[in-house]
Design a protein around this ligand. Sequence first.
Ligand SMILES: Nc1ncnc2c1ncn2[C@@H]1O[C@H](COP(=O)(O)OP(=O)(O)OP(=O)(O)O)[C@@H](O)[C@H]1O
Ligand SMILES: [Mg+2]
Length: 217
Amino acid sequence: MQGKLIVFEGVEGSGKTTQIQRTQTWLLSSGLLHPNSQVVTTREPGGTALGQQLRQILLQSAEPIQDRTELLLYAADRAQHVEADLRPLLAKGAVILCDRYTDSTVAYQGYGRQLDQILIDQLNQIATGGLVSDLTFWLDIEVELGLSRARSRASASLDRIERADLSFHQRVQQGFSQLAIAHPERIVRIDASQSPDAVSQQIQQVLQARLQDWSRS
Ligand SMILES: Nc1ncnc2c1ncn2[C@@H]1O[C@H](COP(=O)(O)OP(=O)(O)OP(=O)(O)O)[C@@H](O)[C@H]1O
Ligand SMILES: [Mg+2]
């Protein structure tokens, strides 16, 4: 099987980080992959060392960040991540589990900040050089439940995006929902309001079927 890019998307506190860890553990012990297969976890922003500095700016900046500046900083992080990490890993046949990718830009900067969607699509194209995810899990959860989970997390201080008002997060949610309708093959909706085990089970079921398809093609 060739390398695969599998992305986890969703609003704050939807369980992306939790489920990526669980998926990595499960994949490595599932027997579904070749024994030498690499299963790598990474995230945006902040998958590279340069990206880590951009993440710091994006989430902690004291100076207000203008919407188009924000868009470009996320794009810079993505361009670095794709070229330096994702493409080389895929070329080696790795399965990559990535916390956020292009759909987050459409949802947050397009629907949330209400920047021009065509501009965002063009910028995503520039940043990725056309690298599209093989499969994206949208962890669908009510915004308020996600935010309350994020607030109760051990490292409870909220970042710049998490502090945005509720209507912003509701527009973001609307964005993910529209994306899932527009790309039903690529984006799979997961009911993320359930227990961690129940969410993992939904993900594993989809992934098992996809891995079988991929290994046949
Ligand atoms: N299914 C679940 N039920 C209840 N609590 C959960 C569930 N999944 C994760 N949590 C808890 O909710 C909090 C947020 O989960 P997690 O950090 O995985 O979400 P996230 O989508 O990565 O959030 P962020 O967008 O802020 O990075 C954590 O404290 C986690 O332990
Ligand atoms: Mg997370």
